[in-house]
Design a protein around this ligand. Structure first.
Ligand SMILES: *Cc1c(COP(=O)(O)O)cnc(C)c1O
Length: 366
């Protein structure tokens, strides 16, 4: 039986998508072969890739002067690809550190260039808050400013893209397709696909055409944006299964009414969950209201012992993968696009019942 899966990634996929994959797994589109077995340069695969691309362009309203790539290496692959491709002659870039993933991206970029820190969220101080723009220090000669739109571990999310005079690069791994993207403020966005899109391993990279000519000569061909653009993402064998599942997810989102409709549902899901936390006097979220994530809702219970009990009980009731990241602890409910609103309602009911058991029962959990 399928459970309600709050995993941060690889995350739950829409059940209808999985059923369709299952139903045509042995014989995909009358090819007499599985999608895993068809030639990646055959007509059917090429058409599939084009359709997935077109649908993603429609969903995110990607302007025509941006290229759209599917590339290997997931999120971290881009932590290296971005500096290799974009640092340019002066090798300078600036990173906004708001949590685990932006820090990891900056560490990787330091292998290739002169990386300065524009601002640094201090996790020792709560509530966690994205540093005020007036405190940022962004060198004017940096090739780009990098930020992570949604820090998946802590649940800290930018509500608007940074507005600065140098090109902006964003990691949208855990927030892509949850809301519209302001293209006027971005030079490049990237997203590992296993959070809100499909199977793990690939990244979506969407970059403005002006940023194809500054790659370092040592850039591996497989990570070279200009090379990948020239080969329409097919410089080597692209895993078509991943593109196929992503394509089904794109179709499902279009059917749901597009990104604005999905955003409204996401907003409702997150608001009711935060309201349940804030109103409980029991659960506690550490993120300032101005930058709470719509996708990853994190919270703590009064004691670690209660947290363990909470996670055990939840799992017994079919609510799985709610443990916070090992470096943060606590509870994390990842409620990406594929998480139905009814499942969030179920979690809230469970949370309310747990408080009752922990505080009123003859043998309270302490
Ligand atoms: C999960 C995640 C990554 C890492 O993705 P991998 O594909 O495992 O390298 C990077 N950034 C963010 C924001 C993430 O949530």
């Amino acid at each position: 039986m399928r459970k309600i899966n709050f995993s941060a990634g690889p995350a739950a996929l829409p059940e209808n998508v999985l059923k369709q994959v299952q139903s045509e797994f042995l014989d995909w589109q009358g090819q007499g072969a599985s999608i895993l077995e068809v030639p990646h340069r055959g007509d059917a695969a090429v058409a599939l890739l084009k359709e997935a691309r077109d649908d993603l362009r429609t969903l995110l309203e990607i302007p025509t002067d941006f290229h759209l790539l599917f590339v290997h290496g997931g999120g971290r692959g881009q932590f290296a690809s971005i500096p290799l491709n974009l640092l340019g002659k002066n090798s300078k870039a600036s990173y906004l550190l708001t949590g685990h993933w932006s820090k990891a991206a900056a560490e990787e970029a330091k292998l290739y260039g002169d990386i300065s820190i524009a601002a640094n969220l201090n996790e020792a101080e709560t509530p966690w808050c994205i540093p005020e723009k007036s405190t940022w220090s962004v060198p004017r000669d940096a090739s780009y400013l990098y930020y992570c739109e949604n820090e998946t571990l802590t649940g800290v999310e930018f509500q608007a893209a940074p507005d600065v005079s140098i090109p902006v690069v964003a990691d949208m791994t855990s927030s892509i397709l949850s809301k519209p993207i302001d293209w006027s403020r971005h030079a490049l966005i990237h997203a590992g696909m296993q959070k809100n899109i499909g199977p793990t391993g690939l990244s979506v990279v969407i970059l403005h055409k002006d940023y194809l000519s500054q790659a370092m000569p040592i850039t591996p061909s497989i990570f070279h944006y200009k090379n990948q653009v020239a080969h329409s993402s097919g410089y080597n064998t692209l895993p078509m299964f991943n593109v196929y599942v992503a394509g089904l997810v794109f179709k499902a989102l279009i059917k749901q009414g597009g990104i604005k409709a999905v955003q409204a549902i996401n907003k409702r899901k997150a608001e009711k969950l935060y309201a349940a936390i804030d109103g409980s006097g029991f659960y506690k979220n550490n993120v300032d209201k101005s930058c709470r994530s719509t996708m990853n809702v994190t919270f703590h219970l009064p004691t670690e012992k209660l947290e363990k009990q909470f996670l055990r009980d939840a799992s017994e009731q079919g609510l799985i993968n709610l443990a916070g990241h090992r470096t943060v602890g606590g509870v994390r409910a990842s409620i990406y696009n594929a998480m139905p609103e009814s499942a969030v309602d179920g979690l809230i009911e469970f949370m309310e019942a747990f408080i009752y058991r922990a505080t009123h029962a003859c043998h309270p959990v302490t």
